[in-house]
Ligand binder design. Structure first.
Ligand code: NI
Length: 175
C-alpha cells in the first residue's frame, strides 16, 4: 500500500505553451512519476474526463492515463508510458470529442477505427495491443496531446473557422 494521498492538479488550458510542446520520453519511473499518475487520475475523475495527458497538468512527459470507462473490458484505470502508434487503419470514423483543456467546445473528429499501440507500464514492461472503436479514439486523442496536437487541429476547415474566435478567447485568457 502506498501512503501517498493524491492531490488535484491544475489543468492547463488551450493557449498554454506546454500543450504545444512535444513531451519527453520517460526513461526512469521515479516516485515523482508514480505520484504524478495518481494525481492525474484523481484530477481526471474530478473533472469527469475519460483520459488525461501529463502535459495537460503542465508536466512534459510522454504519459497519459485512461479511465476505466474508456475500455470495453474490465482492465480499469490504466497508465500508458512512452506510447507509440505502430499502425492505424485507413478506415476512419467521425465522432464528437471534447477536451478538459478546451472547455465548452465539442466537435466531430475523424479518427482511425483501429490502431496498434505499443507502450510501457509503470514497471517499464512493454505492451502491444490492437484497439478498435472508442478505446482507439481516446488513445489517439491523448497520443495527440503528447505531440502537441489538439482535436481542434483535426476538424474540418469550416468548423475551424467557426470556433476560431472561441479558441482565441480561451488562449487570451491564459496570459
Ligand atoms: Ni484532451
Amino acid at each position: 500500500m502506498s501512503a501517498y494521498t493524491p492531490k488535484r492538479l491544475k489543468i492547463y488550458i488551450y493557449g498554454a505553451p506546454v500543450l504545444r510542446k512535444k513531451t519527453a520520453p520517460v526513461e526512469k519511473v521515479t516516485e515523482a512519476i508514480r505520484r504524478l499518475t495518481q494525481d492525474m487520475t484523481l484530477t481526471m475523475y474530478d473533472d469527469d474526463g475519460i483520459g488525461l495527458s501529463a502535459n495537460q497538468v503542465g508536466e512534459s512527459h510522454a504519459i497519459f492515463i485512461l479511465g476505466a470507462s474508456a475500455f470495453e473490458d474490465d482492465r480499469g484505470d490504466s497508465v500508458f508510458l512512452n506510447p507509440e502508434i505502430l499502425e492505424m487503419s485507413e478506415e476512419t470514423e467521425l465522432q464528437e470529442e471534447g477536451c478538459l483543456s478546451i472547455p465548452g467546445i465539442r466537435e466531430n473528429v475523424p479518427r482511425s477505427l483501429t490502431i496498434r499501440l505499443r507502450w510501457q507500464d509503470l514497471d517499464l514492461k512493454i505492451h502491444e495491443e490492437i484497439f478498435t472503436g472508442f478505446p482507439a479514439r481516446v488513445i489517439q486523442h491523448e497520443y495527440d496531446h503528447l505531440n502537441g496536437i489538439f482535436f481542434t487541429d483535426r476538424i474540418s476547415s469550416v468548423r475551424k473557422m467557426f470556433i476560431k474566435s472561441k479558441l482565441s478567447e480561451l488562449a487570451s485568457s491564459q496570459s
